[in-house]
Design a binder for this molecule. Structure first.
Ligand code: ZN
Length: 137
């Protein structure tokens, strides 16, 4: 069994942005001699998230709207007294900072309609860091 860490950097260019990182993860996986195992995709920030769902533009727009419906942009949040981005943190609480995906025959074993997304909730930012941890054989 081996454990391999890879780091990805992402620059975002808007407050809310969804970036499909499936092909980047597949490219990293293809460069490894790893047939079977699992990869954990982890974002090292408290105002971003990692989600898995369908890459359909209407659905991604619905996702953004639904997050905004649940988490108001301002609501007398206590954290806004510190750096005015409480709503970004609260959305990140809901969606989570990592996902794990099975690897079978050196491929991500995603469903037909599944993609892996990095979600920026407090952009634009430079050098957002995602750690990929591949575990397997
Ligand atoms: Zn903050």
């Amino acid at each position: 069994m081996v454990v391999i860490h890879k780091s990805l950097k992402i620059n975002s260019d808007s407050k809310f942005q969804i970036v499909d990182i499936t092909s980047v993860i597949n490219k990293e996986l293809a460069s490894l001699n790893l047939s079977n195992g699992i990869v954990n995709v982890f974002s090292k920030h408290s105002t971003t998230g990692i989600v898995i769902n369908e890459n359909e533009s209407g659905l991604l727009s619905d996702f953004k709207k639904s997050l905004e419906d649940v988490i108001l942009s301002s609501n007398n949040y206590k954290h806004d007294r510190i750096d005015n981005n409480a709503s970004s943190h609260l959305k990140a609480f809901l969606i989570g900072s990592s996902q794990s995906i099975p690897i079978i025959d050196n491929k991500l074993d995603l469903g037909t309609w599944q993609s892996v997304f990095f979600v920026e909730l407090d952009g634009p930012r430079v050098n957002r860091t995602i750690t990929l941890t591949f575990i397997g054989e």
